[in-house]
Ligand binder design. Structure first.
Ligand SMILES: *Cc1c(COP(=O)(O)O)cnc(C)c1O
Length: 431
């Protein structure tokens, strides 16, 4: 397929933007080829600058649960833009959105809006440290909590894709308090807690991991973390930037019935505009400035344009939507597994609702080590074969695919058909 304009734009981009992109995984470096420059998006479709159309499973990496550019949202944004895009003073929309978040995620008695998931996670860690008077944070290998210094150790997402889970430029001091545990391994957590008595402020986790590909918590794992935290006065922080409003209206904490002390939200909460949030227990969050001494601020935080998109996005989260997403997700997961089986390609499909990752391995994927048994070359062949057939997947093995309400049963059928051909191509390349 012709991608002349994308190639030309990429050449120009590389002269002014590092690697030609504003977020690493967009660059197709892990799968080969030139990233497609997108001219427009509508519903479940992307259109690139060369006029090619794709069924999109990236969906801006999660936010677009209602599809791209829904008419109601674009109307609401146009209306709000005429009234002003940022005031630097409180507006009614912030109160409306905070109340709606609290109603959907009851553990969030207080909510503070920020502009990115990175900020949300960074701020939640600061609040946990400030509130407990302790300095250390437990994180899980392969989980991603944005690019703040303290979290760039054994991090997932692009850091994992490009083999730099630990970044240069992060001072040793910034990560000295970051302790690493293994996902789905309570023993590894207990060991850290025992070795660091009364020093751990928070255990921070993606309750369903999405940034080493989708990895589900084993039964009892999240409950076990809750119990450890309760025994040792540690705050349990769920980073639900990806899972919030996606796995259920109340996120993974609702789906698994485990109540964290603090929660990070992002992606869907902004409906495609830069919004994220952190919040939780009133006694903890009321220590945030200006109610308390823990400082955190933002010039564009809670701006009316972003809040408008967030309100529109959350208002559309109906039971019917989750039902449809779950049904399509299951069909797609089964279709991918069957396509692989028929072609003789080893594949493990991890899925929950509208989050799906097919791992090119025969090892069940339960943590970082099993995720990295995947054959990333096979994934690259699959990715490019799908792209050629008009299906736009995340350009990395270690990411979640996302469904939206704009996807149709026909899109899923078309995708499975393409996957059958792509899997045969993977099988042929192997020999
Ligand atoms: C995407 C993501 C982040 C980072 O959010 P940004 O808006 O990209 O800064 C943090 N945590 C999780 C779990 C995420 O999926």
């Amino acid at each position: 397929m012709a991608s002349t304009r994308s190639v030309r734009l990429f050449t120009r981009a590389k002269r002014v933007i590092p690697g030609g992109v504003n977020s690493p995984v967009r660059a197709f470096k892990a799968v080969g080829g030139t990233p497609r420059f997108i001219a427009s998006a509508s519903g479940a479709r992307l259109r690139d600058v060369d006029g090619q159309q794709y069924i999109d499973y990236v969906m801006s990496w999660g936010p677009m649960i209602h599809g791209h550019a829904p008419a109601g949202l674009t109307r609401a944004l146009a209306r709000q833009a005429r009234l002003g895009t940022s005031f630097g003073a409180p507006s009614p929309l912030e109160v409306d959105l905070a109340e709606r978040v609290k109603a959907l995620v009851p553990s969030m008695a207080r909510v503070r809006f920020v502009s990115s998931g990175t900020e949300a996670a960074m701020s939640a860690a600061r609040v946990a440290r400030g509130a407990t008077g302790r300095d250390k944070i437990v994180k899980f290998i392969g989980c991603y909590h944005g690019h703040a210094d303290a979290f760039l150790v054994q991090a997932g997402s692009g850091a994992l894709t490009f083999g730099h889970p630990n970044s240069p430029g992060v001072p040793a001091g910034a990560v000295a308090g970051t302790l690493l545990a293994r996902f789905n391994d309570l023993t590894s957590v207990e060991a850290l807690v025992t070795a660091n008595p009364r020093e751990i402020a928070a255990i921070m986790i993606e309750p369903v991991a999405g940034n080493m590909g989708v990895v589900l918590p084993q039964p009892g794992f999240l409950q076990g973390l809750r119990a450890i935290c309760d025994r040792h006065g540690i705050l349990l922080v769920f980073d639900e930037v990806m899972t919030g409003f996606r796995l259920a209206p109340g996120g993974a904490q609702q789906a698994f019935g485990v109540r964290p002390d603090l929660t990070c939200l992002g992606k869907i909460i902004g409906g495609g505009l830069p919004v994220a949030a952190y919040g939780g227990r009133a006694d903890v969050m009321d220590q945030v400035s200006p109610a308390g001494p823990i400082y955190q601020a933002g010039t564009l935080s809670g701006n009316p344009l972003a809040m408008t998109a967030g309100l529109w996005s959350l208002k559309g989260l109906t039971p019917a939507l989750y039902k449809r997403l779950a049904a399509m997700g299951q069909t797609l997961a089964e279709g991918l597994a069957s396509a692989a089986r028929d072609a003789g390609v080893p594949l493990q499909v991890n899925a929950m609702g509208s989050m799906i990752t097919p791992f090119f391995t025969d090892v069940p994927v339960r943590d970082f080590d099993s995720a990295t048994t995947s054959n990333t070359k096979a994934f690259g062949v699959f990715f490019n074969a799908m792209l050629d057939r008009g299906v736009y997947l995340p350009p990395s093995q270690f990411e979640s695919w996302f469904l939206s309400g704009a996807h149709t049963a026909k899109d899923i059928a078309t995708t499975i058909e393409a996957a059958r051909a792509a899997m045969r191509k993977v099988a042929r390349r192997k020999g």
